[in-house]
Design a protein around this ligand. Structure first.
Ligand code: NDP
Length: 292
Protein backbone atom coordinates (compact mmCIF):
# COMPACT_ATOMS: atom_id res chain seq x y z
CA UNK A 1 0.00 0.00 0.00
CA UNK A 2 1.13 3.57 -0.71
CA UNK A 3 2.35 5.73 2.17
CA UNK A 4 0.51 8.82 0.96
CA UNK A 5 -3.24 8.36 1.30
CA UNK A 6 -4.87 9.53 -1.93
CA UNK A 7 -8.05 11.26 -0.75
CA UNK A 8 -8.91 12.36 -4.27
CA UNK A 9 -8.95 8.77 -5.57
CA UNK A 10 -10.78 7.54 -2.44
CA UNK A 11 -13.45 10.22 -2.87
CA UNK A 12 -13.79 9.40 -6.59
CA UNK A 13 -14.38 5.70 -5.73
CA UNK A 14 -16.94 6.67 -3.10
CA UNK A 15 -18.77 8.93 -5.57
CA UNK A 16 -18.77 6.14 -8.17
CA UNK A 17 -20.38 3.81 -5.61
CA UNK A 18 -22.95 6.47 -4.69
CA UNK A 19 -23.75 7.04 -8.39
CA UNK A 20 -24.37 3.32 -8.86
CA UNK A 21 -26.58 3.12 -5.77
CA UNK A 22 -28.53 6.25 -6.73
CA UNK A 23 -29.26 4.69 -10.15
CA UNK A 24 -30.42 1.46 -8.48
CA UNK A 25 -32.63 3.41 -6.07
CA UNK A 26 -34.25 5.24 -8.96
CA UNK A 27 -34.84 2.03 -10.92
CA UNK A 28 -36.03 0.00 -7.93
CA UNK A 29 -38.10 2.53 -5.93
CA UNK A 30 -38.44 5.59 -8.22
CA UNK A 31 -36.62 7.67 -5.60
CA UNK A 32 -34.09 10.31 -6.61
CA UNK A 33 -32.14 11.68 -3.62
CA UNK A 34 -32.32 15.47 -3.38
CA UNK A 35 -29.88 17.83 -1.64
CA UNK A 36 -30.80 21.45 -0.90
CA UNK A 37 -27.93 23.84 -0.21
CA UNK A 38 -28.68 27.25 1.28
CA UNK A 39 -26.18 30.06 0.88
CA UNK A 40 -26.72 33.39 2.61
CA UNK A 41 -24.46 36.23 1.48
CA UNK A 42 -21.64 36.58 -1.01
CA UNK A 43 -18.63 34.97 0.73
CA UNK A 44 -16.40 33.91 -2.22
CA UNK A 45 -15.08 30.72 -0.57
CA UNK A 46 -18.63 29.63 0.33
CA UNK A 47 -19.76 30.29 -3.25
CA UNK A 48 -17.05 27.96 -4.55
CA UNK A 49 -18.01 25.23 -2.04
CA UNK A 50 -21.70 25.52 -2.96
CA UNK A 51 -20.94 25.36 -6.68
CA UNK A 52 -18.81 22.23 -6.20
CA UNK A 53 -21.44 20.58 -4.06
CA UNK A 54 -24.15 21.24 -6.65
CA UNK A 55 -21.99 19.96 -9.51
CA UNK A 56 -21.02 16.73 -7.75
CA UNK A 57 -24.60 16.13 -6.59
CA UNK A 58 -25.85 16.22 -10.17
CA UNK A 59 -22.92 14.08 -11.41
CA UNK A 60 -23.98 11.39 -8.92
CA UNK A 61 -27.49 11.35 -10.40
CA UNK A 62 -29.13 13.23 -7.55
CA UNK A 63 -31.22 16.40 -7.52
CA UNK A 64 -29.51 19.63 -6.47
CA UNK A 65 -31.51 22.59 -5.18
CA UNK A 66 -29.59 25.82 -4.58
CA UNK A 67 -31.09 28.65 -2.55
CA UNK A 68 -29.07 31.86 -2.62
CA UNK A 69 -30.22 34.61 -0.27
CA UNK A 70 -28.81 38.14 0.20
CA UNK A 71 -26.60 38.83 3.24
CA UNK A 72 -29.34 41.13 4.59
CA UNK A 73 -31.67 38.11 5.03
CA UNK A 74 -33.50 38.14 8.37
CA UNK A 75 -33.52 35.13 10.67
CA UNK A 76 -37.29 34.62 10.17
CA UNK A 77 -36.94 34.47 6.38
CA UNK A 78 -34.25 31.80 6.65
CA UNK A 79 -36.35 29.84 9.16
CA UNK A 80 -39.29 29.95 6.72
CA UNK A 81 -37.11 28.53 3.96
CA UNK A 82 -35.88 25.74 6.26
CA UNK A 83 -39.51 24.89 7.14
CA UNK A 84 -40.37 24.75 3.44
CA UNK A 85 -37.45 22.41 2.72
CA UNK A 86 -38.31 20.28 5.77
CA UNK A 87 -41.77 19.77 4.22
CA UNK A 88 -40.58 19.18 0.66
CA UNK A 89 -40.64 15.45 -0.13
CA UNK A 90 -38.12 15.82 -2.96
CA UNK A 91 -35.50 17.11 -0.48
CA UNK A 92 -33.70 14.48 1.62
CA UNK A 93 -30.75 16.58 2.72
CA UNK A 94 -30.53 20.23 3.79
CA UNK A 95 -27.21 21.98 4.17
CA UNK A 96 -26.91 25.57 5.33
CA UNK A 97 -23.50 26.87 4.28
CA UNK A 98 -21.64 28.36 7.26
CA UNK A 99 -20.68 30.95 8.35
CA UNK A 100 -23.97 32.90 8.34
CA UNK A 101 -24.20 36.72 8.51
CA UNK A 102 -24.04 38.07 12.05
CA UNK A 103 -27.78 38.93 12.37
CA UNK A 104 -28.57 35.20 12.14
CA UNK A 105 -28.14 32.76 15.01
CA UNK A 106 -26.44 29.69 13.51
CA UNK A 107 -27.50 27.24 16.20
CA UNK A 108 -31.20 28.15 15.90
CA UNK A 109 -31.06 27.65 12.14
CA UNK A 110 -29.26 24.31 12.33
CA UNK A 111 -31.63 23.02 14.98
CA UNK A 112 -34.64 24.03 12.86
CA UNK A 113 -33.60 21.50 10.20
CA UNK A 114 -35.48 18.19 10.42
CA UNK A 115 -32.81 15.94 12.04
CA UNK A 116 -33.51 13.29 9.35
CA UNK A 117 -32.50 15.83 6.69
CA UNK A 118 -29.54 17.26 8.60
CA UNK A 119 -26.89 15.79 6.26
CA UNK A 120 -24.16 17.90 7.89
CA UNK A 121 -24.84 16.09 11.19
CA UNK A 122 -24.76 19.33 13.21
CA UNK A 123 -28.30 19.16 14.70
CA UNK A 124 -28.30 18.52 18.44
CA UNK A 125 -30.21 15.27 17.86
CA UNK A 126 -27.43 13.92 15.66
CA UNK A 127 -24.67 15.29 17.90
CA UNK A 128 -26.34 13.49 20.84
CA UNK A 129 -26.74 10.26 18.89
CA UNK A 130 -23.06 10.26 17.95
CA UNK A 131 -22.13 10.95 21.54
CA UNK A 132 -24.12 7.97 22.90
CA UNK A 133 -23.18 5.69 20.00
CA UNK A 134 -26.70 5.61 18.52
CA UNK A 135 -27.34 5.51 14.80
CA UNK A 136 -27.64 9.04 13.37
CA UNK A 137 -26.08 11.30 10.77
CA UNK A 138 -22.32 11.71 11.14
CA UNK A 139 -20.68 15.03 10.12
CA UNK A 140 -19.03 14.79 6.69
CA UNK A 141 -15.37 15.68 7.35
CA UNK A 142 -15.08 13.41 10.43
CA UNK A 143 -16.81 10.60 8.52
CA UNK A 144 -14.33 11.04 5.66
CA UNK A 145 -11.41 10.85 8.13
CA UNK A 146 -12.77 7.64 9.67
CA UNK A 147 -13.39 6.01 6.30
CA UNK A 148 -9.79 6.67 5.25
CA UNK A 149 -8.33 5.49 8.58
CA UNK A 150 -10.35 2.25 8.50
CA UNK A 151 -9.45 1.65 4.89
CA UNK A 152 -5.75 1.86 5.83
CA UNK A 153 -5.75 0.10 9.19
CA UNK A 154 -8.81 -2.15 9.33
CA UNK A 155 -9.70 -2.92 12.94
CA UNK A 156 -8.86 0.08 15.14
CA UNK A 157 -9.45 -1.61 18.53
CA UNK A 158 -6.88 -0.64 21.14
CA UNK A 159 -5.09 1.91 18.95
CA UNK A 160 -3.94 5.07 20.67
CA UNK A 161 -5.56 8.01 18.85
CA UNK A 162 -4.73 11.66 19.46
CA UNK A 163 -6.95 14.39 18.03
CA UNK A 164 -5.50 17.90 17.94
CA UNK A 165 -8.43 20.34 18.06
CA UNK A 166 -11.80 20.16 19.81
CA UNK A 167 -14.17 22.01 17.50
CA UNK A 168 -17.78 20.85 17.27
CA UNK A 169 -17.49 20.28 13.54
CA UNK A 170 -14.22 18.32 13.38
CA UNK A 171 -12.25 17.56 16.57
CA UNK A 172 -15.06 16.35 18.86
CA UNK A 173 -16.92 14.22 16.28
CA UNK A 174 -13.66 12.65 15.04
CA UNK A 175 -12.83 11.74 18.64
CA UNK A 176 -16.33 10.28 19.19
CA UNK A 177 -16.01 8.13 16.05
CA UNK A 178 -12.58 6.82 17.04
CA UNK A 179 -13.91 6.03 20.51
CA UNK A 180 -16.77 4.06 18.91
CA UNK A 181 -14.10 2.08 17.05
CA UNK A 182 -12.54 1.18 20.42
CA UNK A 183 -9.51 3.44 20.16
CA UNK A 184 -8.06 4.99 23.30
CA UNK A 185 -8.68 8.64 22.48
CA UNK A 186 -6.93 11.76 23.71
CA UNK A 187 -8.39 15.11 22.67
CA UNK A 188 -5.90 17.99 22.76
CA UNK A 189 -6.39 21.74 22.30
CA UNK A 190 -4.79 25.13 22.79
CA UNK A 191 -4.45 24.64 26.58
CA UNK A 192 -2.91 21.18 26.37
CA UNK A 193 0.38 20.91 28.24
CA UNK A 194 3.15 19.06 26.36
CA UNK A 195 1.22 18.77 23.13
CA UNK A 196 4.24 17.36 21.32
CA UNK A 197 4.57 14.50 23.80
CA UNK A 198 0.85 13.71 23.54
CA UNK A 199 1.17 13.55 19.76
CA UNK A 200 4.23 11.27 19.95
CA UNK A 201 2.09 8.58 21.67
CA UNK A 202 -0.37 8.43 18.78
CA UNK A 203 -0.81 5.43 16.53
CA UNK A 204 -3.41 7.60 14.80
CA UNK A 205 -2.90 11.36 14.81
CA UNK A 206 -5.64 13.65 13.52
CA UNK A 207 -4.75 17.33 13.21
CA UNK A 208 -7.68 19.78 12.98
CA UNK A 209 -6.24 23.02 14.27
CA UNK A 210 -6.17 25.68 11.55
CA UNK A 211 -2.46 26.50 12.13
CA UNK A 212 -0.25 26.08 9.07
CA UNK A 213 2.28 23.23 9.38
CA UNK A 214 2.17 23.22 13.19
CA UNK A 215 2.65 19.46 13.69
CA UNK A 216 6.30 18.63 12.95
CA UNK A 217 7.91 15.34 12.00
CA UNK A 218 9.50 14.90 15.43
CA UNK A 219 6.02 15.04 17.05
CA UNK A 220 5.09 11.85 15.21
CA UNK A 221 5.62 8.27 16.35
CA UNK A 222 7.44 6.34 13.61
CA UNK A 223 4.88 4.42 11.55
CA UNK A 224 1.85 6.38 12.81
CA UNK A 225 -1.14 7.15 10.59
CA UNK A 226 -1.43 10.93 10.21
CA UNK A 227 -4.65 12.57 9.05
CA UNK A 228 -4.30 16.25 8.26
CA UNK A 229 -7.66 18.07 8.24
CA UNK A 230 -6.18 21.58 8.10
CA UNK A 231 -6.69 23.82 5.11
CA UNK A 232 -4.53 26.93 5.36
CA UNK A 233 -3.61 29.38 2.63
CA UNK A 234 -0.11 30.80 3.04
CA UNK A 235 1.86 33.39 1.08
CA UNK A 236 4.90 32.15 -0.81
CA UNK A 237 8.16 33.99 -1.59
CA UNK A 238 7.11 34.57 -5.22
CA UNK A 239 4.04 36.55 -4.14
CA UNK A 240 1.58 33.68 -4.74
CA UNK A 241 -0.39 31.63 -2.23
CA UNK A 242 -0.41 27.91 -1.59
CA UNK A 243 -2.54 25.50 0.45
CA UNK A 244 -0.93 23.71 3.37
CA UNK A 245 -2.27 21.56 6.18
CA UNK A 246 -1.82 21.65 9.94
CA UNK A 247 1.00 19.10 9.56
CA UNK A 248 4.44 19.98 8.22
CA UNK A 249 4.30 17.44 5.41
CA UNK A 250 8.01 17.65 4.49
CA UNK A 251 9.22 16.60 7.95
CA UNK A 252 6.23 14.34 8.78
CA UNK A 253 6.11 12.20 5.64
CA UNK A 254 9.42 10.36 6.22
CA UNK A 255 8.35 9.42 9.79
CA UNK A 256 4.68 8.55 9.29
CA UNK A 257 3.49 5.11 8.23
CA UNK A 258 0.58 6.68 6.33
CA UNK A 259 -0.21 10.33 5.78
CA UNK A 260 -2.80 12.46 3.98
CA UNK A 261 -1.52 15.33 1.84
CA UNK A 262 -3.00 18.83 1.58
CA UNK A 263 -4.51 19.37 -0.88
CA UNK A 264 -5.80 15.98 -2.03
CA UNK A 265 -6.29 14.28 1.34
CA UNK A 266 -9.27 14.88 3.64
CA UNK A 267 -10.63 17.80 1.58
CA UNK A 268 -12.17 15.81 -1.33
CA UNK A 269 -13.77 13.35 1.13
CA UNK A 270 -16.03 16.01 2.66
CA UNK A 271 -18.36 16.49 -0.33
CA UNK A 272 -18.29 12.74 -1.12
CA UNK A 273 -19.49 12.05 2.44
CA UNK A 274 -22.19 14.71 2.08
CA UNK A 275 -23.52 12.81 -0.94
CA UNK A 276 -23.20 9.55 0.97
CA UNK A 277 -25.29 11.00 3.82
CA UNK A 278 -27.91 12.31 1.36
CA UNK A 279 -28.31 8.89 -0.28
CA UNK A 280 -28.56 7.17 3.11
CA UNK A 281 -31.24 9.62 4.28
CA UNK A 282 -33.25 9.34 1.05
CA UNK A 283 -33.49 5.61 1.81
CA UNK A 284 -34.18 6.08 5.51
CA UNK A 285 -36.87 8.75 5.02
CA UNK A 286 -38.63 6.52 2.46
CA UNK A 287 -38.16 3.44 4.61
CA UNK A 288 -36.35 1.43 1.92
CA UNK A 289 -33.04 -0.44 2.09
CA UNK A 290 -29.90 1.24 0.78
CA UNK A 291 -29.04 -0.54 -2.52
CA UNK A 292 -26.17 -3.03 -2.12
P1 NDP B 1 -11.57 25.69 14.91
O1 NDP B 1 -10.85 27.00 14.81
O2 NDP B 1 -13.02 25.69 15.17
O3 NDP B 1 -10.86 24.79 16.03
C1 NDP B 1 -9.48 24.72 16.12
C2 NDP B 1 -9.08 23.87 17.29
O4 NDP B 1 -7.67 23.83 17.35
C3 NDP B 1 -9.58 24.42 18.63
O5 NDP B 1 -10.09 23.38 19.41
C4 NDP B 1 -8.33 25.02 19.25
O6 NDP B 1 -8.27 24.88 20.67
C5 NDP B 1 -7.24 24.14 18.67
N1 NDP B 1 -5.98 24.87 18.62
C6 NDP B 1 -5.74 26.11 18.16
N2 NDP B 1 -4.45 26.43 18.32
C7 NDP B 1 -3.86 25.39 18.91
C8 NDP B 1 -2.54 25.11 19.34
N3 NDP B 1 -1.56 26.00 19.20
N4 NDP B 1 -2.28 23.94 19.91
C9 NDP B 1 -3.26 23.02 20.07
N5 NDP B 1 -4.54 23.21 19.68
C10 NDP B 1 -4.82 24.38 19.10
O7 NDP B 1 -11.22 24.92 13.55
P2 NDP B 1 -11.99 23.72 12.79
O8 NDP B 1 -12.02 22.52 13.64
O9 NDP B 1 -13.23 24.24 12.20
O10 NDP B 1 -10.98 23.49 11.57
C11 NDP B 1 -9.66 23.04 11.78
C12 NDP B 1 -8.93 23.04 10.45
O11 NDP B 1 -9.57 22.12 9.58
C13 NDP B 1 -8.94 24.36 9.71
O12 NDP B 1 -7.72 24.50 8.99
C14 NDP B 1 -10.08 24.22 8.72
O13 NDP B 1 -9.92 25.02 7.56
C15 NDP B 1 -9.96 22.76 8.39
N6 NDP B 1 -11.23 22.14 7.94
C16 NDP B 1 -11.16 21.34 6.84
C17 NDP B 1 -12.28 20.71 6.36
C18 NDP B 1 -12.15 19.82 5.18
O14 NDP B 1 -13.10 19.61 4.47
N7 NDP B 1 -11.01 19.21 4.94
C19 NDP B 1 -13.60 20.91 6.98
C20 NDP B 1 -13.54 21.69 8.21
C21 NDP B 1 -12.39 22.29 8.63
P3 NDP B 1 -9.26 25.65 21.67
O15 NDP B 1 -10.54 24.91 21.60
O16 NDP B 1 -8.58 25.53 22.97
O17 NDP B 1 -9.35 27.06 21.16
Amino acid sequence: MQKIIDGKAFAADLRADITKKAAELKARDAIVPGLAVVLVGEDPASQVYVRNKGKQTVECGMLSFEHKLPDTTAQDELMELIDKLNNDDSVHGILVQLPLPKQIDENSVINRINPDKDVDGFHLDNVGRLSIGDEGIVPCTPLGCLMMIKDQLGDLSGKHAVVVGRSNIVGKPVAALLLQENCTVVITHSRTVNLEEECRRADILVAAVGRPEMVKGDWIKPGATVIDVGINRIDTADGKTRLVGDVDFASAEPVAGKITPVPGGVGPMTIACLLHNTLQQACRINNVAVPE
